[in-house]
Ligand binder design. Structure first.
Ligand code: XMP
Length: 328
């Protein structure tokens, strides 16, 4: 595999170019891996899903995918990973529901950085536990893409490679990074050609700590559920309104305070749901998506009636700066 993206490499902009890339990668992967096994942490995000689909085509059951559910995924996400990869692609998929492990560790932790640290570290622990259980795996596949390499070279962000794994695990594996020379838009076209569902290939960005950063302060299961349910309603309504794929990122946040309201003719004391929808080119700055009033009205009605523990809906009008896109 090419170590660097060649300056002369044609940008993959068409299905035909994606097909040619896929053919070439399959050959290269078969040559690299032979009859050995490969391990992949499959989050269900675009990059790891495309790597999984490529490897399934190249080496089939020699690929072992591990999907860790940290309990902070969006509604329907683990189910979709299982359905697409085990159901449709017949992949060797280990599903680990580590929800309790994560939520127990996060219990009572309100500092944003500490929350992120716990989630990141525990993710590695769970993955390493699974890796130790497997015999005869020589390769570790990763969804590294070209901007990851550029950004780590420029010192903008540390590239999350095997460096995060404990030594006894990291030194066992040789890395396999089949989309390393691609930009994000190219990864998406390759994913489409590999037959991944549209909503997986065109997913909006989703942070590693997941809904955890949208449940500010100490996470409780009840408030997390309110984030998950309101997010599902928002995504459904945006899709119905034809906004899916047109708005960079949209999600809900449930802050840790309650206010008085009336529900079913009785006094309620419940959380608000904050709606955030932003557009950006590079996530360094962002503007607000002007959600049509009728859609806001419908979202408010559905969220206040369908989500337990919620009695208000607020619309965040803050661009970045001064707000960041996420709340933590
Ligand atoms: P902020 O909140 O910094 O977010 O304005 C900028 C973009 O980065 C995403 N984000 C993350 N992505 N791991 C990720 O993979 C993370 O920990 C993380 N934190 C923020 C955020 O969703 C937005 O698109």
């Amino acid at each position: 595999m090419d170590e660097r993206r060649p300056d002369t490499m044609e940008r993959i902009t068409t299905p035909e170019l994606a097909d040619a890339f896929i053919e070439k990668q399959i050959e290269a992967l078969r040559a690299q891996i032979g009859d050995k096994k490969v391990l992949l942490a499959l989050s269900g995000g675009v990059d790891s899903s495309v790597v999984a689909a490529l490897l399934i085509k190249a080496v089939g059951k020699q690929l072992v995918c591990v999907h860790v559910n940290h309990g902070l995924l969006r509604k329907g996400e683990p189910e979709q990973v299982i359905e697409v990869f085990r159901g449709q692609m017949d992949a060797n998929l280990v599903y680990v529901d580590a929800t309790d492990r994560f939520l127990d560790l996060l219990d009572g932790v309100s500092d944003p950085e500490e929350k992120r640290h716990i989630i990141g570290e525990e993710f590695i622990n769970v993955f390493a536990d699974e890796a130790r259980k497997l015999e005869g795996v020589d390769f570790l596949a990763q969804g590294t893409i070209w901007p990851d390499i550029l950004e780590s070279e420029k010192g903008i962000k540390a590239h999350h490679n095997a460096g995060g794994l404990p030594e006894d695990i990291a030194e066992r594996f040789e890395l396999v990074e089949p989309v390393k020379i691609l930009f994000k838009d190219e990864v998406r076209i390759v994913g489409q050609q590999l037959g991944l569902p549209d909503n997986m290939v065109n997913r909006q960005p989703f942070p590693g700590p997941g809904l955890g950063v949208r449940c500010p302060g100490a996470i409780t299961r009840e408030r997390l559920e309110a984030v998950r349910e309101s997010d599902a309603i928002l995504r459904e309504e945006f899709a119905n309104a034809g906004l899916e794929g047109k708005v960079w990122q949209y999600f809900t946040v449930v802050p840790d305070f309650k206010s008085t309201g009336i529900k079913n003719g009785e006094r309620s004391f419940d959380w608000p749901v904050i709606i955030r929808a932003v557009n950006t080119r590079d996530a360094m700055s962002a503007t607000i998506e002007k959600i049509p009033y009728e859609l806001l009205d419908r979202l408010t009605d559905r969220i206040t009636h369908e989500v337990d523990g919620v009695n208000r809906v607020l619309y965040d009008l803050t661009p970045k700066p001064t707000g960041t896109i996420e709340y933590e």
